[in-house]
Design a protein. Sequence first.
Length: 237
Amino acid sequence: MANLPDFMVDPNAVLNDKDHKWRYNRVPDYSKVNAAFEAEKTCTHAEGSLENLVSNLVKNWEKEMSYKLSADEIRTIDNKKYRFSVNGQKWHSAEEMLEIGTYNALIGDTDLYKASENDFSESHKLFKRALRTFSWEVLEVYSGPPTVAFKWRHWGLMTGDLSVNIGNGKKLEAHATNEVIETFGVTVAKVNEGFQIEQLETFYDPSDLIKQMAKNRKTQDGEQAVQSTGSKCPFAP
């Protein structure tokens, strides 16, 4: 692994970029997230395995996309070619993702969440307040570079209340469930010879997480509403 970039072998490699411009003027602290991941993950991949390398790449990509301010300083991507989409919808450039935030790019506008109504800061605060931590893991890798297809799991324990703008001046509010919320998806990544990401296509149900977080939804008088159990299929009528 001597010829691999550091972001492929160390999931926290980019946190050593002390001279880069970071959001909030500081390198983010991932110690709590890393500890939760180690305690709660469902898969343990051998060091140097394809699953381990893909996991390291994506974890560094998330850190850079969430906290770096300049696309030119994001080492995990080829900024000239980079683009990102969910479920075959609009492509986002690195600059667009830095502006709207990774959560907004991943979820978009759904019945229970409106990316268009929540800016970068609001979207990140929403999940930080509602979830103790929000961990991510690779479950399976189906193909190796340059086109890497993999299945993943994203999860967290909901210990805080949910409050999110859903448009027309309305808010969705729900009491904490104190349960693990999780979602699964598949991503197809194209990387260059230096293992930098050129393209990411993700496929999953964007409304799944918010549906789980809204389980204890409040009514207008602040009481808990009765929830129906609708289909989780994103193509269901």
